[in-house]
Design a protein around this ligand. Structure first.
Ligand code: ADP
Ligand code: MG
Length: 214
């Protein structure tokens, strides 16, 4: 049998993601100061900080309720574009988990795909436009391809993680079409997109967490 994440397990991931994000303040703030208004880390850190604070109550919920609560919390606590985008992503992912007690390989792929679709439609943005989508899109596409090829869960998770990290790195050469980096004369070329980097941190933490439990 493959991996099975319960809502309690997902909260464990949230706590790990908070640690990873919380520890990267100077670096992410520097990235957003170069191409944006410098608040991306503070925004996302306060969202994950709040989730960490309410982790006990999140752990008692079904996956459906938990993902909805995470979405609502992110929408209300995280300022800036990323609050709305992450809020929409979690609300969309919640719908894929209705009546599910665990997240297995197929469901996790479904969660990432639903998040991607929600962010692209809410942000009215496409891959290649130097946003958080440029980490999530390659990860979700890679996940689908691995499932179609029937790769092992271990191989799949490692590839998905690498796709997310490479995707974030690929934003360095991109010209921004959405977000504040579009206000820069060079459209942010030469700089990583902060939202893509924090997205890759979350996917990295999630895949590492699942890998550690295989
Ligand atoms: P703001 O840009 O409002 O200050 P944040 O600083 O919290 O919000 O987040 C900025 C990040 O949000 C960017 O680095 C980018 O990844 C992402 N982003 C901004 N606009 C969009 C959009 N329309 N679609 C997808 N992602 C976006
Ligand atoms: Mg900002």
């Amino acid at each position: 049998m493959g991996f099975q994440l319960t809502s309690k397990d997902y909260v464990e991931y949230i706590k790990l993601a908070y640690q990873k994000i919380h520890a990267s303040g100077d670096y992410i703030t520097e990235l957003d100061a170069a191409t944006g208004d410098g608040d991306h880390w503070a925004n996302i850190d306060s969202g994950f900080g709040k989730l960490n604070e309410i982790s006990e109550s999140l752990a008692e919920m079904t996956l459906f309720e938990q993902f909805k609560q995470i979405g609502k919390t992110m929408m209300s606590v995280i300022g800036g574009s990323s609050g709305v985008l992450y809020g929409s992503a979690y609300l969309a992912a919640a719908k894929t988990l209705k009546d599910k007690e665990v997240i297995g390989n197929e469901e996790l792929c479904g969660v990432l795909s639903a998040m991607l679709d929600a962010i692209m439609s809410r942000g009215n943005a496409q891959p290649g436009w130097k946003t958080m989508i440029d980490s999530l899109h390659p990860a979700a596409e890679c996940y689908k391809a691995c499932l179609a090829e029937g790769l092992s869960e271990e191989e799949t998770l490692k590839k998905v993680k690498q796709a997310a990290l490479d995707g974030a790195e690929s934003t360095r050469g991109m010209e921004a079409v959405r977000g504040r980096a579009t206000y820069q004369a060079d459209k942010g070329v030469g700089h990583l997109d902060p939202g893509a980097v924090t997205m890759s941190y979350q996917i990295e933490t999630l895949t590492d967490y699942v890998l550690s439990r295989l």
